[in-house]
Ligand binder design. Structure first.
Ligand SMILES: [Zn+2]
Length: 392
């Protein structure tokens, strides 16, 4: 059966591996490369579905582990899926719940059957199996579902990485078999293999055989060296089929996004822009502003004069500085700006790919972000050189 998505290549960069694609999903057509803000419990922290739509966000992420526990799949089904529950009409991607293994590792145990958790809500032991994960995601009705994978930290090596990689392949087969909504939901495989190139190649070969609608590059962005990170990314994009979407999980720093687009990735997600907003940090093309710092107390400019988000249209740095000390509304305003920043960055990247000036875009992005070449991160310079971009 044909997958309920199609990927149309609109433009390919003639220098790098970057591509501009039209990804048609059941609820919405998304232009890639795309950044997907992360929501939890049906809503993004600090922002509503309506505000996300006003920022022209095309696709966002729902968190299966949290939604599977509270309010639970039965209630979500009654609410006409996560789209109805959130009142979000555009595309949605749900994770498998597996990532929580790393973040709640002291509460979990991985066996061939699945992951056994002690629920942080009621202390009850629950099993998240590949079948259960797909059952929940089928109830949520997301456009893209993620397979349950065996996640290991990217900083460990040895036999546990190999075990997790082979188990993730077996769990992919169980997820494919468990999917009850082939017509309307796309299941993505997650490539594992840690920082071991040989294991990554084995995983890629096996998963590509499964002919799933899309592929994610997993198990990275967990504190590994950037030199290892980008090599695993580019190895994966070299292997993955051209006509299917490639989702790099957990990546959201601006520089990482620009470099990984150049390496051929299409989709990204990360809690960073919303998490950092809650610490009063606003993203700007030259880095970030720590709005709680005294220097902004009398600064009557917006966060970024070139940003046209609702926050920058209405509020000054001085106002946000004062508000931050007394009111959570400041976090809300900064969250909106940070998401607008991410979405705007991706749309500028897409325009530059379409107009065959992405290599020039990279040059000016890096200059603005780091000032001069001596401050450029070495890994980015090296990674970009492999796709024919020599930073000046
Ligand atoms: Zn703004």
């Amino acid at each position: 059966m044909a997958a309920p998505l199609s990927l149309q290549l609109v433009a390919e960069c003639r220098v790098t591996k970057a591509r501009l694609c039209r990804l048609r999903l059941p609820h919405h057509t998304v232009l890639t490369p795309v950044f997907m803000p992360v929501g939890t419990q049906g809503t993004l922290k600090g922002i509503t579905a309506g505000q996300l739509e006003a920022l022209d966000c095309q696709i966002c992420l729902g968190n299966t582990y949290h939604l599977g526990n509270r309010p639970g799949p039965e209630l979500i089904t009654k609410a006409k899926g996560l789209h109805g529950f959130m009142n979000w009409k555009r595309a949605l991607l749900t994770d498998s719940g597996g990532f929580q293994m790393v973040s709640l590792v002291e509460l979990s145990e991985v066996t061939e059957e699945g992951v056994r958790f002690c629920s942080p809500y009621d202390g009850k032991e629950t099993l998240l199996s590949p079948e259960k994960s797909i059952h929940i995601q089928n109830a949520l009705g997301s456009d893209i579902m993620m397979q349950l994978d065996d996640v290991v930290s990217s900083t460990i090596s040895g036999s546990r990485v190999e075990e997790a990689m082979y188990r993730s392949i077996r769990w992919l087969d169980r997820c494919i078999a468990a999917n009850r909504n082939l017509e309307k939901q796309n299941l993505f495989a997650i490539i594992q293999g840690g920082l071991n190139a040989e294991l990554r190649r084995v995983c890629l070969t096996e998963m590509i055989k499964r002919d799933v609608p899309g592929f994610a590059i997993g198990g990275l962005s967990g504190g590994e060296e950037k030199d290892d990170f980008w090599k695993m990314v580019t190895l994966s994009t070299d292997f993955l089929p051209r006509e299917k979407p490639r989702y790099l999980m957990g990546v959201g720093y601006a520089t990482d996004l620009v470099v990984c687009v150049a390496l051929g990735c299409d989709m990204f997600d990360c809690v960073f822009p919303t998490r950092t907003a809650r610490f009063g940090s606003a993203l700007v093309p030259w880095g970030s502003l720590q709005l709680k710092n005294k220097q902004y107390a009398k600064d009557f400019q917006p966060i970024d004069t070139e940003c046209n988000c609702p926050t920058c249209q209405r509020y000054t740095r001085a106002y946000l500085h004062t508000l931050y000390k007394s009111d959570t509304a400041a976090l809300h305003h900064i969250t909106i700006h940070n998401i607008a920043y991410q979405l705007h960055l991706m749309s500028a990247i897409r325009d530059s790919i379409e107009e065959q000036r992405f290599p020039l875009f990279i040059q000016s992005f890096m200059r603005r972000m780091y000032g001069s070449a001596e401050h450029y991160p070495g890994w980015a310079v090296e990674a970009l050189a492999t796709v024919n971009v020599r930073l000046e």
